[in-house]
Design a protein around this ligand. Structure first.
Ligand code: NAD
Ligand code: UDP
Length: 314
C-alpha cells in the first residue's frame, strides 16, 4: 500500500484552497491547511474539521513554518483587487516572503511545491490570447502592481530555488476562476454581479463593459492544478483556466437572465490599469496534462447562483 501523503495547503480556507482541501482529502491524503483568515473563512472548511485527515493551523505565511510535509500548494494571497489593494505592502510581503518561506520548507523537507501564480503576470496584455512565452505588460508602480509584481517575483524565486537547490516546482498561472465558497464581499466581478442581482441592487459594470475575461469554474481549475502537481518533471509556468472569452457586459446580462433579476446595469469608472482583454492560450496544458475545461459559463453560473442564494439567505 502507498504511504499516505501529507499535503500542506496555504490559503486553504480561501475560495480555491477550500476546494483543493476537499479534493485531496477525497483521494486519501492528509491535509494540513494553513491560513491567517484575512480573506479566508472558517465557514469554507467547517465541515472538514471532524475529518481525521484534516488539520488547520492559523498562521501567517510571512512567518517561517516548521512542519513535515510531502507536497505544498502555496495558495495564500488575497486575490480580489479590493482585498489585495487594502494593504498593498502586506500583499507584497505575503507573495514574496510567503513563497520564500514555503520554498525553504520545500527544500528542507524535499517536497514538491506548487505556486499559485496568476494571469496578472501578463498585466494589460498586448498579445492575445496569452501564452506562457509572453513576458507581459505590467505597470511597475500602479495600484495593481503590489499583486502583479509580487506574483512575478514569486515565480522568479521558484525558478531560482529550482536551479540553485533543485527544488521540485510547479508554477501555475491561474485565470479568473469563480464558484461556490467565494465570499459575498469578495469584490470580484462574478460574485459582485450575482450578489447584486439576487439583492435587486444595481449591477456595477466598470467602464463601458467591453473589456473581456475568461471565466473558469472552480472544479475545472482544481482538477488541473492537482494533475499538474502529479505530472512528473514539468515545472511550468503553465496557464490554467477556461478559454471562452466574454465581455463584462455579456456577463452582466447573463447573470440578470439566469437570476431572473430586475436589477439595472449601471456604469462606474474603470479602475486604473484594468486589463482590456484576457484569454488563456491553453495549448501547453492540453498537451502536458491533457487539460480540458468541462463546465460551460452558464452551468457554472447556475451552481454559483445557487450557492450565493443560500449564502445570503435568499
Ligand atoms: P481567496 O482570497 O479566497 O483566498 C486566499 C487565501 O489566502 C485566504 O484564505 C486568505 O485568508 C489566505 N491568506 C492571505 N494572506 C495570507 C497570509 N499572509 N498567510 C496565510 N494565509 C493568507 O482567493 P482565491 O481566489 O482562493 O485565490 C487563491 C490563490 O490563487 C491566490 O494565491 C491567488 O493569487 C491565486 N489566483 C486566484 C485567481 C482566481 O481567479 N480566483 C486567479 C489567479 C490567481
Ligand atoms: N468589474 C466590474 N464590476 C464589478 C467588479 C469588476 O465591471 O463590480 C470588472 C473589472 O473592472 C474587470 C473585470 O470586471 O474589468 C474583472 O474584474 P475582477 O475584479 O473580477 O478581476 P480582474 O480580472 O480584474 O483581476
Amino acid at each position: 500500500m502507498q504511504k499516505q501523503k501529507t499535503i500542506l495547503i496555504t490559503g486553504g480556507a480561501g475560495f480555491i484552497g477550500s476546494h483543493l482541501c476537499r479534493k485531496l482529502l477525497n483521494r486519501g491524503d492528509y491535509v494540513l491547511c494553513v491560513d491567517n483568515f484575512f480573506t479566508g473563512r472558517r465557514q469554507n472548511i467547517v465541515d472538514l474539521l471532524d475529518n481525521r485527515n484534516f488539520e488547520i493551523i492559523r498562521h501567517d505565511v510571512v512567518e517561517p513554518l516548521y512542519v513535515e510535509v510531502d507536497e505544498i500548494y502555496n495558495m495564500a494571497c488575497p486575490a480580489s483587487p479590493p482585498h489585495y489593494q487594502y494593504n498593498s505592502i502586506k500583499t507584497m510581503k505575503t507573495s514574496v516572503i510567503g513563497v520564500l518561506n514555503m520554498l525553504g520548507l520545500a527544500r528542507r523537507t524535499r517536497s514538491k511545491i506548487l505556486q499559485a501564480s496568476t494571469s496578472e503576470v501578463y498585466g494589460d496584455p498586448e498579445v492575445h490570447p496569452q501564452s506562457e512565452s509572453y513576458t507581459g505588460n505590467v505597470n511597475i508602480t500602479g495600484p495593481r502592481s503590489c499583486y502583479d509584481e509580487s506574483k512575478r517575483a514569486a515565480e522568479t524565486m521558484c525558478f531560482d530555488y529550482h536551479r540553485t537547490h533543485g527544488v521540485d516546482i510547479r508554477v501555475v498561472r491561474i485565470f479568473n476562476t469563480y464558484g461556490p465558497n467565494m465570499d459575498i464581499n469578495d469584490g470580484r466581478v462574478v460574485s459582485n454581479f450575482i450578489v447584486q442581482a439576487l439583492r435587486g441592487e444595481d449591477i456595477t459594470v466598470y467602464g463601458d463593459g467591453s473589456q473581456t475575461r475568461s471565466f473558469c469554474y472552480v472544479s475545472d481549475l482544481v482538477r488541473g492544478i492537482v494533475d499538474f502537481m502529479d505530472n512528473p518533471d514539468f515545472t511550468g509556468p503553465m496557464n490554467l483556466g477556461n478559454d471562452g472569452e466574454f465581455t463584462i457586459l455579456e456577463l452582466a446580462e447573463k447573470v440578470i437572465q439566469l437570476t431572473g433579476s430586475k436589477s439595472k446595469i449601471i456604469h462606474k469608472d474603470l479602475p486604473v490599469d484594468d486589463p482590456t482583454r484576457r484569454r488563456p492560450d491553453l495549448t501547453l496544458a492540453r498537451s502536458r496534462i491533457n487539460y480540458e475545461p468541462q463546465v460551460k459559463l452558464e452551468d457554472g453560473l447556475k451552481e454559483t447562483i445557487a450557492y450565493f442564494k443560500s449564502a445570503i439567505g435568499n
